[in-house]
Design a protein around this ligand. Sequence first.
Ligand SMILES: [Zn+2]
Length: 140
Amino acid sequence: MILTAEKDYLASLKRARENLPAHVFEKSRFEIPQGDIFQEGNRTWITDWNRILKILNRENDADHLSKHLAGEFATSATEERGRLFLQGKFSRTMVNRELAAYVKEFVLCEECGKPDTKLVREGRILIKVCEACGARGAVK
Ligand SMILES: [Zn+2]
């Protein structure tokens, strides 16, 4: 016989587990997403921009990534209906290399290697906070 308190406890554990993102339970190493890149005229599109933001848990911090890409390519980046375009022609390899560099610096936790981080601004300093292990570190 299971006591009521224990039942409640088990139910709340189950609920907590259900509310966690699925990748928390994945044992395999996080794979840095590759963007779908295509060129059109003098623009380079990342057509699966929303998917990438979701994987990186940056749906509320998309500007930081788009500004970073714009800065790396010395151009402008504009979000348009779930896609991002960069002014200018850049190869799939170039864009994905910059994406990967961004993920390593601003998304992956330096302590535990998980992508469950968020960026927190404290004054002029940007801090990467890991929600999996609690590590904090300033990023440039
Ligand atoms: Zn961590």
